[in-house]
Design a protein around this ligand. Sequence first.
Ligand code: PMP
Length: 388
Amino acid sequence: MRGKRLLMIPGPIEFTDEVLAETGKSTLSHVDPVFIEDFGQALEKMRSVWLSPKGQPFVVAGSGTLAMELAVANVTEPGDEVLVVNAGYFSDRMADVFRTHGAKVDIVPSVIGDLPTVEAVRKRLGAKKYKVMSITHVDTSTGARADVRGLAAAARDAGVLSIVDGVCAVAGEELRQDEWGVDIALTASQKALGVPPGLALLIAGPRALDVFRARKHPVGSYYCDWKNWLPVMEAYEARKAAYFGTPAVNLVRALKVSLGQILEEGMDARFRRHALGARAFRAGMKAMGMSFVPVREELCASTLSAPFYPEGIDAGVLRLVAAEGVVLAGGLHPEIKSKYFRIGHMGMSEAPEILATVGAIERGFAKAGYRFEMGAASAAAQAIFSEG
Ligand code: PMP
């Protein structure tokens, strides 16, 4: 492959030529009329991708963790009671971010690869008055997908603000922010949004902004304070320049291009394409005798898969798969880290990339000495793609 390996980790991912070309252009001034127009369009298009016509988008230079902090820092105050729906490594991180900003954190527990039920969460919400609840849409450490619709409804019914960590979900998994009543949905550029790493993004709904405006204490972070960023976002959307921190000019322009490509595909078509690719990939792994970290099929995400290594195979196999042209990721959840691996199949990845990945896994696993019927995984994935 032109000496290039396919990057099939759960972010960063493969990006389209058009997006990459945009990042390589001469950098414009952040007050250049061309950039102002691009930033304005990017903010408008975010609403269509998040399906949040009423929301306020924010785009700030940084990674997904900054997006988590941009959400938490602005709607929680010291002493606030918050509830974290446990999902794995990244929900633990969200709990840490809440604690950093002085919140008192309760956790609805779950076992690895599973998620608390909506009923269990409703019960917890009924037992104490919480201000905010966080949900990790897809926890990248397990590949399990939360029922965001059901959980957000539970939060709303209890009068609790919901924050959805959609870093491994937005623009890949179905999310209808306004219809589902999600108050803040956040992500990062390098995943299903299809832009190289470096942008933290979120959309805050009207209730989240009301909670921010009604704060009694100042926000405990200068860089994260919406007071500094809101006028900037509003200005660019009104096609005027404004400054707080220098925007990541090339990435924001690439974002506009990627969001345009996403909307050209259409959100429903995009959700279906991701679900199909994931199903085809899983069919391939199952044909090789592998099982997955999510404890039930319906929990398996569309954006990434997390298979357990089969008997006799360990993380050393990933080097062999890379030698076959495809880069995969190892385990992340500390309790099972050495037992499983992870494959991102989001953004522009579809049948060509997914079939190349399944083929490289077959060749790499065969070289590692795993015995299986060579070609069976590719055939199983092909069958799903050709059924459609
Ligand atoms: N949340 C989730 C669900 C993630 O997958 C990640 C990144 N893998 C993050 C948060 C943190 O994002 P970043 O690494 O860009 O800071």
